[in-house]
Design a protein around this ligand. Structure first.
Ligand SMILES: [Zn+2]
Length: 468
């Protein structure tokens, strides 16, 4: 291995050295999207945490196996056992069946992750494709006496597992009545559905026969069943948004450890903090929330959003505003311009000087220290501004750092940067205003374009737009 790696483990609430269960290998499971709608930029923050974890471990020399699920059934609106299945919500909105909704939004999820240059997980597994595995796990839990059946389905009895809520440090006794809305015939407030019965008078698009009758799996069991299928009863790392700790991840731990006979389910739990969008007015075309497409529509490169996420530590809240986005886009653009200028002097066989090695050591200690990527980026920017290092050294260092950043600096080309549609529209409006000698409004459009990071210049053919 190339150095010790440390992660903040939500389970111990401490920063711990990463010691793989099997030397040289690392298994990572990430809770994937519920494919009933487009992913918002907050979801993408978790996708980037998972991607960065994988990249850091690869740079450290681990052979990483990354598994991510697609939740295409069973995730209810309230994250618990009540409310409509999210797929049904999508179905009502889209006018297609649940399978069509799932396919549509899985595709759009991967379009977005590609735009962010996220490495596709080694295994992408669907809840609907693993019904037998989920049924088998529920049967094991039933045989071991951890379940009961009520009018709603098969439930996990959390009172039978003394460690329930250990990661969330849930105050089970103190949970107020009704704080977890549930069915009246749940034995304990924290009990959760493993298998839900189909409504008697209704045929669902997604339902399966089971030893307990027609129905569908609960949301939590899919992650346990698939994680254990692809990574074993115990594995190294599980990632997710921190909002999943109290219910989803507490339930995953409970059912997995009870099914496997108390084997520790996951060694390191990594959670990212929220991305707050405050009171930003959402664009209508993208629905009621910000998506990667909203950023593109506003003239931003999705990779500038990647820079924004990397520049804030994953365990700190990230505030998003258009002003912040604009500033970051400028910083990212400047970095790219500097790197492009180095390209012609690149040398694949360069031997690094002591100074270059020192910079590289700084970079590695930052990334291995609980993924302090913003500190790593500071080092990379110091490298770019260094007066002693050669261009070839700088370029070689930056490309190796990019294995963690994932900006794909090697293949970028400033010339082919597409001018976004909204910028062209504004430039056209400016031209029309100028032709009509409406100077005030033509200036207004020019300023608007500048605010979005572009400069419009008049020339003999009309005008040209360049990136600021
Ligand atoms: Zn999950």
């Amino acid at each position: 291995m190339n150095g010790k790696v440390y992660f903040s483990n939500s389970l111990s609430r401490e920063k711990e050295e990463f010691i793989a269960l099997e030397a040289g290998k690392a298994g990572i499971y990430s809770c994937g999207p519920t494919v009933y709608h487009d992913a918002h930029i907050g979801n993408m923050r978790h996708v980037l945490l998972a991607d960065t974890t994988k990249r850091v471990l690869r740079v450290a020399g681990y052979d990483v196996k990354h598994v991510m699920n697609i939740t295409d059934v069973g995730h209810l609106v309230g994250d618990g056992d009540d409310g409509e299945d999210k797929m049904e919500v999508g179905k009502a909105r889209e006018g297609m069946d649940a399978w069509g909704v799932a396919k549509k939004y899985e595709e759009s999820f991967f379009v977005d992750t590609k735009r962010l240059n996220v490495i596709r997980p080694d295994v992408v597994c669907h809840a609907t494709g693993h019904i037998p595995e989920q049924i088998a796990m529920i049967k094991t839990l039933e045989e071991k006496g951890f379940t009961y059946i009520n009018s709603d389905g098969v439930y996990f009895d959390t009172s039978k597992y003394s460690d329930y809520g250990k990661m969330a440090k849930l105050d089970i006794e103190g949970l107020e009545a009704g704080s977890r809305v549930g069915f009246n015939d749940k034995k304990n407030k924290t009990d959760f559905a493993l298998w839900k019965f189909s409504p008697k008078d209704e045929k669902r698009d997604m339902e399966w026969d089971s030893p307990w009758g027609m129905g569908f799996p609960g949301w939590h069991i899919e992650c346990s069943a698939m994680a254990m299928k692809y990574l074993g009863d115990s594995f190294d790392i599980h990632t997710g948004g921190m909002d999943l700790i109290p219910v989803h991840h507490s339930n995953e731990i409970a059912q997995s450890e009870c099914a496997s006979g108390c084997k520790p389910f996951v060694k390191y739990w990594l959670h990212n903090e929220f991305l707050n969008t405050g009171d930003i007015k959402m664009s209508k075309s993208s629905g009621e929330f910000l998506t990667i497409q909203s950023l593109i529509d506003a003239g931003y490169d999705p990779l500038a959003f990647r820079y924004l996420c990397l520049n804030t530590h994953y365990r700190k809240p990230l505030n998003f505003s258009w002003e912040i986005m604009q500033n970051i886009a400028k910083i990212y653009q400047k970095m790219k311009t500097k790197i492009l200028a180095l390209k012609e002097n690149s040398d694949d066989n360069i031997t690094l000087s002591d100074l270059a090695m020192k910079y590289d050591a700084d970079f590695k200690s930052a990334i291995y220290n609980d993924m302090n990527i913003s500190l790593a980026l500071t080092t990379s920017n110091l490298i770019l501004n260094d007066k002693i290092l050669s261009d070839a050294e700088k370029y070689s260092l930056i490309l190796s750092h990019d294995l963690v950043y994932g900006f794909d600096f090697e293949n970028m080309d400033l010339e082919v940067l597409e001018i976004p549609k909204n910028i062209i529209e504004l430039a056209e409006k400016r031209k029309a205003a100028k032709d009509n000698k409406e100077w005030e409004s033509s200036d207004k459009y020019r300023d608007q374009i500048l605010k979005l990071g572009y400069i419009v210049k008049d020339n003999k053919d009309g005008y040209e737009i360049i990136k600021e």
